[in-house]
Design a protein around this ligand. Structure first.
Ligand SMILES: NC(=O)c1ccc[n+]([C@@H]2O[C@H](COP(=O)([O-])OP(=O)(O)OC[C@H]3O[C@@H](n4cnc5c(N)ncnc54)[C@H](OP(=O)(O)O)[C@@H]3O)[C@@H](O)[C@H]2O)c1
Length: 294
């Protein structure tokens, strides 16, 4: 079985490529093979003749999307639809990765998959457009997997930004009034593979690690776990701040916990509390830094 993975150079694409299940022939492609902003994605995907597709490429620059709205829409909306059209023509199963940013963050309980989307920014709007295009073009056959707060040893993410700032500064302030669930791309990749291979799973799924944290809680855990692993040489002060003290071009959801009840019942893929998954990611990061050539 031949599986096309887009976004091979991103966090999720990279973790998918490290965990290819037996019997799968991986066709992992990056922007050099398919530029979602410029190429005819339907034609490019058709030419590779996959049996299944995991579409993990996306325009993910949340703040820049506020000033590059048309580009975000083209990549996350139109091109996602074009990938879904190719999947339908080929009869290939499509797993499309989406985001908690389709919700407004005003809830006080975890968002179930059928909660009404209401994105507050251009990135979330472009991803919601992608979900809708994928649903239409696939006639409801594609599976949409929403996730949140993704981190990996590969690529750019909050964990690596925190480690850099903790090495550079004596104290850092981190937003304490936005909560969600950190998600290790390694476990997410396992879940995406299971969804790609198990045709009995469908619709919209929510996948994150388990538990709830604020960005501040997450930073405190990163600090403790990094010190324990020697990834940080000395402690720094990690202080809680409010969203209004850290203005960004895009408004972030205050509450973006996803309800995973149905997904966890449907999938057997390993899942962990976010803190245990953070430890696994940092162990991965530490092992890579020890194998790096100077
Ligand atoms: N990161 C998160 O916290 C988060 C949260 C919720 C949902 N998601 C979703 O999860 C999926 C994977 O995200 P990720 O964390 O792996 O993001 P990522 O590390 O930013 O990877 C995204 C990949 O998409 C590629 N890409 C961007 N524009 C492209 C274009 N025009 N043509 C082809 N490829 C393009 C990038 O290529 P280059 O490497 O060449 O730039 C990058 O490798 C996305 O659907 C994202 O919306 C992510």
């Amino acid at each position: 079985m031949r599986v096309l993975v887009t976004g091979a150079n991103g966090q999720v694409g990279w973790e998918l490529a490290r965990r290819v299940p037996p019997g799968v022939e991986l066709d992992a492609i990056d922007r050099s093979v398919l530029d979602l902003a410029a190429d005819d994605a339907t034609a490019r995907v058709l030419a590779r003749r996959p049996d299944a597709i995991i579409h993990a490429a996306a325009y993910t620059a949340v703040d820049r999307a506020e000033s590059e709205t048309a580009l975000a829409q083209r990549v996350n909306g139109d091109a996602a639809g074009a990938v879904a059209r190719a999947a339908r023509e080929l009869g290939a199963r499509l797993v499309h990765v989406s985001t908690d940013f389709v919700f407004d963050g005003n809830a006080a309980r975890p968002y179930p998959p059928d909660a009404a989307p209401a994105p507050t920014g251009a990135y979330g709007a472009s991803k919601l457009a992608g979900e809708r295009r994928v649903h239409e073009e696939s006639a409801g056959e594609a599976v949409i997997v929403r996730t949140a707060w993704v981190h990996s040893a590969h690529g750019n993410n909050f964990v690596k930004t925190m480690l850099r700032l903790m090495r550079e500064r004596e104290r850092i302030g981190v937003v304490a009034d936005q909560v969600g669930t950190p998600t290790w791309a390694g476990l997410l990749a396992g879940a995406l593979w299971e969804v790609a291979l198990n045709r009995s799973v469908g619709g919209i799924l929510h996948w994150t690690d388990l538990g709830v944290a604020s960005w501040y809680d997450f930073a405190v855990a990163i600090h403790e776990e990094a010190l324990a692993r020697g990834l940080l040489a000395r402690p720094v002060a990690v202080e809680p701040i409010r969203t209004e003290d850290y203005p960004t071009p895009a408004k972030r959801p205050a509450y973006s916990v996803l309800d995973k009840t149905a997904t966890l019942a449907a999938l057997g893929a390993p899942r962990m509390h976010w803190r245990a998954a953070l430890r696994a990611m940092l162990d991965d990061l530490a092992s890579q830094s020890t194998t790096e050539t100077p």
